[in-house]
Design a protein around this ligand. Structure first.
Ligand SMILES: Cc1cc2nc3c(=O)[nH]c(=O)nc-3n(C[C@H](O)[C@H](O)[C@H](O)COP(=O)(O)OP(=O)(O)OC[C@H]3O[C@@H](n4cnc5c(N)ncnc54)[C@H](O)[C@@H]3O)c2cc1C
Ligand SMILES: NC(=O)c1ccc[n+]([C@@H]2O[C@H](COP(=O)([O-])OP(=O)(O)OC[C@H]3O[C@@H](n4cnc5c(N)ncnc54)[C@H](OP(=O)(O)O)[C@@H]3O)[C@@H](O)[C@H]2O)c1
Length: 541
């Protein structure tokens, strides 16, 4: 991987100003971004620096949109964490904090990646374990970086720049910090018997919540852990389920208060205090992120307890050592215009086997099995930041969404049907097998027949010997895609962030080069322009 050398950051903040070296570097970077300067300049006087900071804090001076983010080469969800940290080496601490995030801008933490980093730096946010897609790897790196901040006073400008969701009064149901109760209505399996997948269409009733949403938004759900898993953890702890933890029982806290998935470093730290000899050393190494027995990735909380049998942690200390149970978000697959008062989701149930025990994705199996019609669940609407239908309903749209990636596009189609949008609609859908995994087949075929769906292009990866993915189909019809782009089409991608989204972008770039008759470099620039003008939007996870 080639690394572009970074120009030196000019020095605006005088050495005498009351900032730590870290804060000074960050502020210099911020002002450089504000003024678009690349070269060294004369430092400001103390008075001018104070004036600038004042302007920033009262909002009189606004950083140019994206001034810093255009310069975040690590902002790629497919890039492994060590590569991201390498690219951020030598940068100011907020930039390195940002590089440690999973780069999906998925908002599950309540921020985007950059704002979460800024909030941590400004100490307005203290929780280091909010990045769900980054998991332990991210929280470990954040912990390491956060030590550089220890003892430093809160950076006023950073606080001003990053208003964290948690300190703003979140209206009910409009963010993870203030969920509301909605009613689970029903689930319907989207795969036919014989499929290797378990994907559910979920309907939730919003009555009594005052919630609304627009297509493109996501929906946050607070899940509960599986009761069998909770019971197994209680057994391993040798503590009765009704043991009191504050005003709740241990069973209740284990059900919806803490994550029972990857065992956190803190749990191993706690275990190291309760064991001796070789076991103590092992626990210490696991707490430090090492993998002494080659099984670290398989250690959820229960497996960690089983690995160190006989320990008797104090239940309160045990709960303290676990991570809080985080909400999960799902792309909304309905439109309020055709489903008033309801929200629908399209959820792939995560189940896999390790050491003869079936591990459950906590939220997807909660939605896909553990709740019953009529149950109340804690929810919120997560507004999309950059994922929406074009303002002009006459614009053509191209939607690429294999697997559960179809979710927001079902919503787009329902919306466009309801408002009788004249624009053409082209959907690329793909999955494993045409016989079993054609989600919403009847609906899509009817939309195709009615003319709402101008084109429906399908890619089945396991129907034959050869893997056929959506990007293969895109290449086959590249000439038509190019024609749609020339007609002003907006392009949308949804689904797997790690491989699919990248492969789709590569295919689109190749198509533009081939049919637009330009160089790969110019085709890449064309795609970059589509992105910056909002004509190429992604909702990937
Ligand atoms: C903006 C956004 C939109 C989303 N939209 C959708 C959507 O429409 N539909 C949808 O289904 N999901 C969607 N997701 C993903 C969703 O939020 C959850 O991440 C997903 O449902 C898994 O959550 P979980 O709680 O069930 O699993 P978790 O308890 O979080 O477990 C998942 C983890 O299990 C591990 N794992 C999974 N499979 C294996 C395996 N085979 N072997 C070993 N380890 C494994 C991985 O570490 C994985 O990260 C979206 C995510 C985002 C950010
Ligand atoms: N971490 C992983 O390895 C991994 C992999 C897939 C999905 N996921 C996650 O699983 C969840 C649900 O997945 P899902 O139900 O939406 O479906 P999915 O498992 O993502 O699969 C949907 C379709 O996409 C195909 N596919 C696989 N790799 C692709 C690529 N590089 N480009 C284009 N298509 C590709 C699959 O084919 P084949 O499966 O036949 O190859 C399948 O036909 C999501 O959260 C997703 O991110 C994780």
């Amino acid at each position: 991987m080639s690394i572009t050398p970074r120009p030196p950051i000019p020095s605006f903040i005088p050495e005498s100003a009351p900032f730590t070296p870290e804060q000074r570097t960050w502020l210099n970077g911020l002002f450089a971004g504000l003024f678009g300067l690349q070269e060294s300049v004369t430092p400001l006087s103390d008075a001018d620096a104070a004036k600038l900071l004042g302007g920033l804090m009262d909002g009189a001076i606004q950083p140019a949109a994206g001034a810093e983010d255009d310069d975040a080469p690590w902002h790629d969800p497919a890039m492994p964490l060590p590569d991201r940290m390498k690219l951020a080496e030598g940068r100011a601490l907020p930039r390195r904090l940002m590089a440690a995030m999973a780069q999906q801008d998925c908002s599950q933490c309540g921020y985007n990646c950059k704002d979460y980093a800024d909030a941590l730096f400004g100490k307005a946010e203290k929780r280091l374990n909010l990045c769900v897609p980054g998991g332990k790897e991210t929280s470990r790196m954040l912990k390491q970086l956060y030590q550089e901040l220890d003892g430093a006073p809160a950076a006023a400008a950073a606080q001003a720049a990053a208003q964290p969701a948690s300190t703003l009064a979140t209206p009910p149901g409009r963010g993870r910090d203030n969920p509301v109760y909605a009613t689970f209505l029903r689930r319907r399996r989207l795969n036919k018997p014989g499929s290797e997948k378990e994907t559910w269409h979920i309907d939730i009733d919003l009555a009594g919540t005052d919630l609304d949403y627009v297509v493109g938004d996501s929906f946050g759900i607070f899940p509960a852990n599986d009761q069998k898993l909770v019971a197994a953890v209680l057994t391993a702890l040798h503590v009765p389920p009704d043991f009191s933890i504050g005003d709740r029982t241990l069973r209740e806290v284990l059900t919806d208060g803490v994550s029972l998935s990857p065992a956190p470093d803190m749990l191993f730290e706690l275990i190291s205090y309760l064991t001796g000899g070789e076991r103590k050393q092992k626990a210490k190494r696991l707490a430090a992120g090492e993998d002494p027995d080659g099984d670290a990735a398989a250690l959820d909380v229960l497996a960690a307890l089983h690995k160190f049998p006989g320990i008797r942690p104090d239940p309160e200390a045990f709960i303290e050592a676990l991570d809080p149970l985080q909400p999960r978000v799902y792309s909304i697959s309905s439109s309020l215009k055709s489903s008033p008062g309801r929200v629908s989701l399209t959820v792939d149930a995560v189940r896999y086997e390790i050491d003869k025990r079936t591990r459950l994705g906590v939220c997807s199996t909660f939605l896909g099995g553990r709740i019953a019609p009529g149950d109340k669940i804690r929810v919120y609407v997560q507004k999309a930041q950059h994922f929406a239908l074009p303002d002009d309903p006459a614009k053509p749209i191209i939607m690429i969404g294999p697997g559960t990636g179809i979710a927001p596009f079902r919503a787009f189609l329902h919306e466009r049907q309801a408002i009788k949008a004249p624009g053409r609609n082209w959907l690329f859908f793909g999955h494993q097998r045409s016989d079993y995994d054609f989600f919403y087949e009847e609906e899509l075929v009817a939309m195709r027949t009615a003319g709402l769906l101008t084109r429906l292009t399908l890619a089945w990866s396991r129907d034959g010997n050869e893997k056929i993915y959506v990007q293969h189909r895109m290449r086959e019809v590249g000439r038509d895609l190019w024609a749609w782009l020339n007609d002003g089409a907006h392009v949308y991608v949804c689904g797997d962030a790690l491989r699919m989204a990248k492969d789709v972008e590569t295919a689109l770039t190749d198509i533009i080069a081939e049919h637009g008759g330009c160089s790969p470099h110019d085709a890449a620039r064309f795609v970059a322009e589509l992105k910056s003008s909002g004509r190429y939007q992604a909702d990937v996870y």
